[in-house]
Design a protein. Structure first.
Length: 137
């Protein structure tokens, strides 16, 4: 049996019951992460993953950027979340964070036209806000 014919309980499958090649139980293609819902512990949808930022040297995901609010892209805020604060919940089909909508409104944000990635102080503020040690010097 090759990998296209392998089945794994709970893994997404195509219309013939084969595992999709862009997702396994532990791995997922980046294009499938974009748009994934983000919920709080109460099950309320907070937003969705807009994209994520990968550390070029380690290959680890540093941030999941969540889009929040707005209508048709107008007024939308972008919230970088340290990857460590997200937990994937297969039952919800999305990521769960231990934060409510009010606390999220106070979290570091940025506008689409002004990404802050060149400012190390911004990264420290993001990680500090979520109580995670900043991994970059």
């Amino acid at each position: 049996m090759d990998r296209h014919e392998t089945t794994v309980t709970g893994a997404p499958t195509d219309d013939r019951g084969r595992i999709e090649t862009d997702e396994t139980l532990d791995l997922i293609a980046s294009d499938k992460v974009e748009g994934t819902p983000v919920y709080n512990l109460a099950g309320e949808r907070l937003g969705s993953v807009y994209n994520f930022m990968v550390d070029k040297r380690s290959g680890r995901v540093a941030y999941a950027v969540m889009s929040f609010g707005g209508f048709l892209g107008i007024g939308r805020e972008y919230h970088p979340l340290p990857w460590q604060v997200l937990t994937y919940d297969p039952h919800q089909g999305g990521y769960v964070v231990d934060i409510d909508a009010d606390r999220l409104r106070g979290a570091p944000t940025y506008d689409a036209g002004t990404p802050p990635w060149g400012d190390p102080a911004y990264g420290r503020r993001v990680y500090d806000y979520y109580g995670i040690a900043y991994p970059y010097v």
